[in-house]
Design a protein. Structure first.
Length: 89
């Protein structure tokens, strides 16, 4: 059990209904990687960037492409409650 993997549903910021599911992979360094799971709404793209459109209220939820795993998924640009720990300077 080297890596911790857990999945969570992300509610729409507007209507609070489930928007998509995220897979959080925690690496050994403490970095956590967020991937949009299969079966979630498609990530679309326009001039302002990547986003997912809420299937319930059509809200636009911004997404950031994951530079390390372009083929695997996307980061979410919403704030993730994980304070950056500074173990060793
Ligand atoms: Zn919504």
């Amino acid at each position: 059990m080297e890596s911790n993997v857990d999945q969570r549903e992300v509610p729409c910021p507007k209507c609070s209904k489930p928007l998509y599911a995220l897979l959080r992979v925690t690496k050994t360094k403490g970095d956590s990687l967020l991937l949009v799971t299969e079966g979630s709404p498609r990530v679309e793209k326009d001039d302002a960037g990547n986003f997912i459109k809420c299937p319930h209220c059509s809200a636009r939820v911004p997404m950031e492409p994951n530079p390390e795993h372009m083929n695997a998924g996307y980061y979410v640009s919403e704030p993730v409650s994980q304070p950056k720990s500074e173990g060793s300077a």
